[in-house]
Design a protein around this ligand. Structure first.
Ligand SMILES: [Zn+2]
Length: 319
């Protein structure tokens, strides 16, 4: 019974919860909470799927010897000792666990390799051609394309501007953009994007995970804007966004010093540019703090629900 409930819960999250969260309008008023909601959604989907497989294979037990019995229960069910229905369920559960393990291992390995290569390339570029700009706490690399970004997984000292961006932006615009990039670092936005990307890479045929990547990216940009305007006028950051977008629209050259996988980077001009400009020019009213805390508590329950469902079934290891 819990196996069916868990499968239904995971399916409901994927088919209904994700699309609903993607349509939610309140996230524009609380992008930090929106990011947290997507993280909890990702964790809940994974926990639900894993526990579906585990409860399917460990469902048939009458014994009270811990680890050894657990293995025997699995094998007994898989070999048909508890009937055909139990065997079908156990085979399905083991298959699901196997698929999850292989897909996650492969996706994690490929993602880590791609990030390592990108980081090595960008750090190599920085060490060869980078010029420190201490007043901005950033490094400038020569490039014809205006861009500003944070090195993948980098800290507050790893903000990069291209020389074209420095040429196109005024001093106060550069400071606003640098504050935006530092907000990505302090908010550890790379980790949040990476979690969603891992799911998307593991299950590229499931559109909900591609949606999660886009939404996490979008909300990370909104959140970084909110942090940046604490120390910079919103209109200055808006002007910087427009200047970068206009310069990029005119630019037709190659990406000599820019990132080679811009979609994976948290750049200054990422996310939904129209939405960001609108939010900077018409600052939204933040959600009340109490409501934000209450909602965060509810989202925390998302990945705990499958654990509770699994615990409610008669334990396979119980006497
Ligand atoms: Zn950004």
């Amino acid at each position: 019974m819990s196996t069916i409930l868990l499968a239904a819960y995971a399916a409901a999250l994927v088919l209904a919860g994700g699309p609903r969260l993607a349509r939610a309008r309140w996230v524009a008023r609380a992008p930090g909470l929106g990011l947290y909601a997507w993280q909890m959604w990702c964790a809940a989907v994974v926990t639900g799927a894993l526990l579906t497989g585990i409860t399917a294979t460990l469902h048939w037990d009458h014994t009270h010897d811990l680890v050894c019995r657990a293995w025997r229960v699995c094998l007994d069910a898989l070999l048909g000792a508890h009937g055909t229905a139990a065997q079908a369920l156990a085979v399905g559960g083991a298959g699901l666990l196997g698929v999850l393990a292989v897909r996650f291992a492969l996706a994690g390995w490929r993602l880590a390799r791609a990030e390592r290569r990108q980081r090595r390339r960008l750090r190599g570029l920085l060490s060869l051609t980078g010029r420190a700009m201490p007043e901005l706490g950033a490094t400038v690399v020569p490039a014809a394309e205006p861009a500003a970004y944070l090195l993948p997984g980098g800290g507050v000292r790893d903000v990069v501007f291209t020389s074209a961006a420095v040429d196109h932006l005024t001093g106060e615009e550069l400071h606003a953009v640098a504050a935006h990039e530092r907000a990505h670092a302090t908010g550890r936005h790379y980790r949040l994007v990476r979690t969603a990307r891992l799911l998307d890479r593991a299950f590229p045929w499931a559109p909900c995970f591609a949606t999660a990547v886009r939404q996490v990216h979008r909300l990370a940009e909104l959140r970084a804007d909110d942090v940046a305007v604490r120390s910079n006028p919103p209109i200055v950051l808006a002007r910087a966004l427009v200047a970068l977008a206009e310069a990029n629209a005119r630019h037709t050259g190659t990406r000599a010093g820019g990132p080679d996988d811009a979609s994976a980077l948290l750049g200054a001009d990422g996310g939904d540019a129209t939405e960001r400009l609108h939010r900077l020019l018409h600052r939204p009213r933040p959600l009340p703090a109490a409501l934000t805390r209450a909602a965060a508590g509810l989202f925390t329950l998302l990945p705990l629900m499958p654990v509770a469902i699994a615990a409610l079934q008669r334990s396979p290891l119980a006497p």
